[in-house]
Design a protein around this ligand. Structure first.
Ligand SMILES: [Zn+2]
Length: 70
C-alpha cells in the first residue's frame, strides 16, 4: 500500500508569496498573500498559496524531487 503524505503541523512553514505553484491548478485569487509549505514526516513537501481564504494548492513533492531546480 503506497504511503499517503500527511502534513505535520509541527514542521509547517509560512513564507511571503513568491509566485504561482508549479503543478497546481491556478487560482489567481490566492496570489499575493502568503505561501504555506506543509511537510510530511517522510520529507515530502506541499506548497499552498493563500490569500483572503482563497487557496492554490500544489501537489506533494517527494524529497528527492525537491532537490531538482530547473
Ligand atoms: Zn510522506
Amino acid at each position: 500500500m503506497p504511503h499517503r503524505h500527511r502534513p505535520n503541523p509541527a514542521t509547517a512553514s509560512i513564507y511571503a508569496y513568491t509566485g504561482p505553484i508549479a503543478g497546481a491548478v491556478e487560482n489567481r485569487r490566492a496570489h499575493g498573500g502568503v505561501r504555506f509549505v506543509d511537510r510530511c514526516n517522510c520529507g515530502a513537501t506541499r506548497a499552498t498559496n493563500s490569500n483572503g481564504g482563497a487557496l492554490e494548492r500544489g501537489p506533494w513533492r517527494e524529497p528527492d524531487s525537491t532537490q531538482v531546480r530547473s
